[in-house]
Design a protein around this ligand. Structure first.
Ligand code: ATP
Length: 360
């Protein structure tokens, strides 16, 4: 449990009041752009960094003033940090030997972890005789043998190539299911976050932007930052003014005009929202032939079509603005064609322009 956790390095505020409960056995992913304070948060939990304010609890224990050793957690880093002169076995056994654990117990734990990670045949090798994926598994093994109360992982897969990363992702999910240990996992890769996390903490500028399940974060982003950070290609965002005519309330921009429902109109009026940003994901649009100036549709020309095997990413230009649509691979889209693009009204997100807060 983190409560109002803060960290400054001189004038740089790296972590600015993070409050968060991680459930027992949960796989919690910290996601955010470079420099948002993910690693610093994790390092404070590990005890590798002092705090500038706030509290850290593991179970019922306040651990702020405990040394890393006393916190009973294991950290797995991006750069493995294996001892090059030790064998795989010795690397995994080292922390247990420091604890003066009996030899048979050490051997039993290392064998179990090696079994779990498919390292049985490699125990005598040195790290340089292993592939990147195998080294990463040894780093995991070293954490597992300690049977810690929690695992902290800082971008553990980012040194691996794309294919191996995808494979290790599923292995980690399986491993977590077997071990059931509470895990805090830092990444800037949204695919890792969406596929692995029970819940995701999205951070920006040292603060928590949203905490939720992958579905919640994707379907109901709480603000424009989260909306734009998650999803690939990113959500389309169109700045609109709020206006009304003949009793109906409209959101309008040079490319889009769309009537909102009465309850949405009331919300806009209550909030006094003048300017908003309308957001819709590339997969939440329908492309129609012809470019009639209809309400709720954007007239656009097809600029670039990317073929991704199972789908197309269609980049359209409307009055100089780029809009992206995802379609099935066999959609008849031609570069240069004029189309109208209809965001599904039920899948539209609206954010207050100034604060970025999601209204719906
Ligand atoms: P990345 O994904 O790039 O690792 P991050 O989200 O993990 O980023 P942090 O490493 O936590 O970010 O850094 C947060 C901020 O604190 C950054 O602005 C960084 O420059 C700053 N920072 C981190 N460590 C130190 C330090 N030892 N001294 C000074 N500033 C630091």
């Amino acid at each position: 449990r983190l409560h109002q956790l803060r960290k400054s390095f001189g004038k740089v505020v790296a972590v600015d009041g993070v409050t968060l409960d991680v459930q027992d056995g949960e796989f919690m992913v910290f996601l955010g752009p470079s420099g948002c304070g993910k690693t610093t948060t994790l390092r404070m939990v590990a005890g590798l960094e002092t705090t500038s304010g706030g509290d850290i609890f593991i179970g019922e224990r306040r651990v702020n003033d405990l040394s890393p050793k006393e916190r009973d957690i294991a950290m797995v880093f991006q750069n493995y940090a294996l001892y090059p002169h030790m064998s795989v076995f010795e690397n995994m056994a080292f922390a247990l030997q420091l604890r003066k654990m009996p030899g048979e117990e050490i051997a039993r734990r290392v064998r179990e972890a090696a079994d779990l990670l498919g390292l049985e045949g490699l125990l005598e090798r040195r790290p340089r005789q292993l592939s990147g994926g195998q080294r990463q598994r040894v780093a995991l093994g070293r954490a597992i043998v300690r049977e810690p109360a929690a695992f902290l992982m800082d971008e553990p897969l980012s040194n691996l190539d794309a294919q191996l990363r995808a494979q290790m992702r599923t292995e980690l999910i399986r491993l977590h299911r077997r071990l059931g240990s509470t895990t805090m996992y830092v990444t800037h890769d949204q695919v890792e976050a969406l596929t692995m996390g029970h819940r995701i903490v999205v951070m920006n500028g040292g603060t928590v932007q949203q905490v939720g399940t992958p579905r919640e974060i994707y379907d109901r982003p709480r603000n424009r930052f989260v909306a734009a950070f998650i999803g690939s290609p990113t959500m389309n965002l169109v700045d609109c003014e709020v206006g009304s005519s003949q009793g109906a309330t409209y959101l309008s921009s040079p490319i889009l005009r769309y009537a909102v429902k009465p309850e949405q109109a009331r919300l806009l009026a209550e909030r006094g929202a003048g300017g908003v940003t309308v957001g819709f994901r590339p997969e939440d649009v329908t492309l129609h032939d012809g470019a009639g100036p209809l309400d709720g549709r954007i007239a656009a020309g097809v600029d670039v079509v990317e073929t991704l095997g199972s789908e197309l990413h269609v980049y359209l230009v409307a009055e100089g603005a780029t809009i992206v649509a995802k379609t099935g691979a066999d959609a008849p889209v031609r570069v240069g064609a004029r189309l109208s693009l209809e965001p599904h009204p039920e899948r539209i997100h609206v954010f207050e322009r100034e604060s970025g807060v999601a209204l719906w």
